[in-house]
Design a protein around this ligand. Structure first.
Ligand code: MN
Length: 424
């Protein structure tokens, strides 16, 4: 993207922005907040965009395409490049294998590098059968009762590691659909034991500086039981594998009203929160835009994450990724809304007076505890986000700029109206 076009577009928003930023900045300074440090943290916070979120998703009832979708890996990288130019927050892409196997590694790496994009975690896929595959995952993959199926799934994960390694990725995310649709279909202990043994075998293949993230989910596509159903099971498997294995928390992978901020806290205290997938949901794994349904919950989770990042040196810096699906919105606009919501929750969590909160907790002043959290939550931090973007050369108003530059129209002109994102 042409940087000058963004700078040009910023001109019309600059005066209003400066006024609101100065007002907020003065207010925060008088409360003893270090605004420069908050801006620095916001600029450093980068979220990976998954390759599968750049095209229209769909439901089991149908899929309505979005024009100008990226139809290959190079175009997916370009889309993330657009997002990153505008927001300065999306400096990484997360690939899904086999949907995104590069044909020419050097070209792909160069394309990403020229747009300041790095390769985040690579994701394996043992929830679908590939055309060339000998064995079927219909009844499970790493936990399948048949050894040949398990071996095929293990081998696939090892290949994903090799592909990621060639691109400069440093982590593998494993999410399994393994489970049972009906009572009696499988033996809980046997499938869990198989899963553990298979994961250990994949773990052995990890390069020295890699991490393995084990993602959990309570149900779907199996509706009676899922082998890795909750954070406890993931945590147990990660511990069984070793120090390079971690739990991955996906916001949508919980039963309604689960206290996710408490899960995050426990995992960070134990040094085992490796990755985090952002989305939002009303009922289940809805993959909605981040912050569109429960923004206060997102803030409470960020409050736990910020506390962990400041107090738990035993936990590595987590890998952040958006894991959402876009059925009716322009995927790029939807992702910009998600990025904004993430940064907003993070900025608000950075405003929480941790020392003051600790004091109120020690004095059992429950009202003051709640006031402290809600004062931070009720602050309109958007001027901080705009300033952080401005400092990094991004757009003051990313979505408005995207629209005024007619970027989707340009993509349609280049890629055609009927291009379909590969893998979807
Ligand atoms: Mn996920």
């Amino acid at each position: 993207m042409d940087k000058n076009k963004i700078l040009d577009s910023n001109k019309k928003y600059l005066q209003t922005h400066t006024e609101t930023f100065d007002f907020l900045s003065n207010q925060l300074c008088s409360q003893g907040r270090d605004v420069t440090n908050i801006l620095k943290k916001l600029s450093q916070f980068q979220v990976a965009i998954p390759s599968w979120a750049l095209g229209a998703g769909g439901t089991r009832f149908g899929r309505f395409g979005f024009q100008g979708e990226p139809s290959n890996l190079e175009e997916k990288i370009d889309d993330v490049g657009i997002l990153h130019s505008l927001t300065q927050t999306a400096g990484a892409i997360s690939l899904h294998i086999p949907w995104d196997v590069p044909t020419d590694y050097d070209t792909v790496k160069e394309r990403a590098k020229s747009q300041n994009i790095v390769f985040d975690a690579v994701n394996s896929n043992t929830f679908q059968d590939q055309k060339t595959a000998k064995e079927s995952y219909k009844y499970g993959s790493l936990g399948n009762m048949t050894k040949a199926v398990r071996e095929q799934a293990i081998q696939h994960n090892k290949e994903v590691i090799d592909i990621g390694n060639k691109l400069g990725s440093k982590s593998l995310t494993v999410w399994l659909a393994d489970g049972a649709s009906f009572p009696g279909q499988s033996n809980f202990q046997t499938v869990l034991q198989h899963t553990e043994t298979s994961l250990k075998s994949i773990y052995e293949h990890l390069p020295q500086d890699w991490k393995m993230f084990i993602e959990y989910k309570p149900y779907e596509p199996n509706f009676y039981s899922t082998v890795i159903q909750d954070w406890g099971t993931s945590f147990m498997l990660a511990n069984a594998c070793g120090e390079k294995a971690y739990t991955l928390v996906d916001l949508g992978h919980h039963l309604p009203n689960t206290n996710i901020e408490q899960i995050v806290s426990t995992l960070m205290m134990k040094g085992k929160l490796g990755g985090f997938h952002f989305n939002d949901s009303k009922y289940g794994d809805d993959d909605l835009t981040v912050g569109s349904i429960k923004p206060y919950t997102l803030f409470l989770i960020f409050n736990a994450l910020v506390y962990g990042m400041e107090n738990n040196p035993q936990n590595p810096y987590p890998a952040w990724m958006i894991d959402a699906s876009h059925n009716i919105k322009d995927p790029l606009e939807d992702l910009m809304q998600s990025l904004e919501a993430i940064q907003e929750a993070y900025a608000k969590a950075l405003l929480v007076d941790q020392k003051g909160l600790l004091k109120a907790q020690q004095e059992n002043d429950v009202v003051r505890c709640q006031e402290m959290l809600q004062n931070a939550y009720r602050t309109d931090v958007r001027p901080l986000l705009r300033q952080a973007r401005l400092n990094s050369g991004g757009a003051i108003q990313p979505i408005a700029t995207y629209r005024s530059l007619k970027i989707r129209k340009e993509l349609i002109k280049k890629r055609g109206a009927n291009s379909v994102a590969s893998g979807l």
